[in-house]
Design a protein around this ligand. Structure first.
Ligand SMILES: Cc1cc2nc3c(=O)[nH]c(=O)nc-3n(C[C@H](O)[C@H](O)[C@H](O)COP(=O)(O)O)c2cc1C
Length: 164
C-alpha cells in the first residue's frame, strides 16, 4: 500500500480548507482499527475553530505545529465501559496510525502529536476542549494540505528480522 511507504509527518500546511468528506474518510479509517475485544474506546473532536486550534497547539512543547493546520482531530478514549483498560493505548495507537495513513492516501498531511500518557499535556487539552475523567485525550492530529513535501526514508532493515 503506497500510502504506508510514502507517509511522512507533515507539520506545515497550506492555507487551504480541507473538504469535510476527507475528514469523514479519515474518521472512518480511525474507527476501522482493530481493538482489544473490539472495545473501540475512541471518541473524536474535530476542531476547526482557529482560536481553539491555537490553544490546543500550546498543549505541549512539541505541539506548536498544530497552529496553522485547518483541522485538528483530538483523538480521545473512554474510561467507562472498557473491557481491557490495559489495551486502550494500543487500540488508540492503531486508530491514530490508520488515520495518518488515510490522510496520506487522500493527498493531505498530518502528524501524531503525543498527549497521553503525559498527565500535564492531558490536562492542558482537557482545559481547552472541556473533557472530564470519563473521556481522556490521547493525541492531537493536525491535518491539512502539506506546505512542503518530504520524501519518506526507507527504514527497512533486514538485520531486524530473525528467522527461526
Ligand atoms: C507515539 C508518537 C508520538 C509522537 N509525538 C510527536 C509530538 O509530540 N510532536 C511531533 O512534532 N511529532 C511527534 N511524533 C512524530 C514523530 O516525530 C515522527 O513520526 C518521527 O520522527 C518519524 O518521522 P515520520 O513520521 O516523518 O516518518 C510522534 C510520533 C509517534 C508515533
Amino acid at each position: 500500500m503506497d500510502a504506508i511507504f510514502e507517509r511522512t509527518s507533515v507539520r506545515r500546511f497550506e492555507n487551504r480548507d480541507v473538504e469535510s468528506e476527507k475528514i469523514d474518510a479519515i474518521l472512518h479509517a480511525g474507527m476501522a482499527a482493530p481493538s482489544g475485544g473490539n472495545q473501540c474506546p475512541w471518541e473524536f473532536f474535530v476542531v476547526k475553530d482557529p482560536d481553539t486550534i491555537r490553544r490546543l497547539s500550546g498543549s505541549s512543547l512539541y505541539s506548536g505545529c498544530a497552529n496553522g493546520a485547518k483541522v485538528v482531530i483530538v483523538a480521545c478514549y473512554r474510561t467507562e465501559g472498557i473491557i481491557y483498560p490495559e489495551l486502550v493505548a494500543m487500540d488508540m495507537s492503531a486508530c491514530v496510525e490508520n488515520m495518518l495513513i488515510e490522510t496520506q492516501a487522500l493527498g493531505l498531511g498530518g502528524v501524531w502529536l503525543s498527549i497521553a500518557p503525559y498527565e500535564d499535556r492531558m490536562r492542558n487539552v482537557d482545559n481547552v476542549i472541556g473533557t472530564d475523567d470519563t473521556l481522556r485525550p490521547f493525541a492531537l492530529i493536525p491535518i491539512g494540505y502539506p506546505a512542503m513535501k518530504r520524501q519518506a526514508g526507507d527504514r527497512f532493515d533486514k538485520t531486524r528480522i530473525h528467522s527461526i
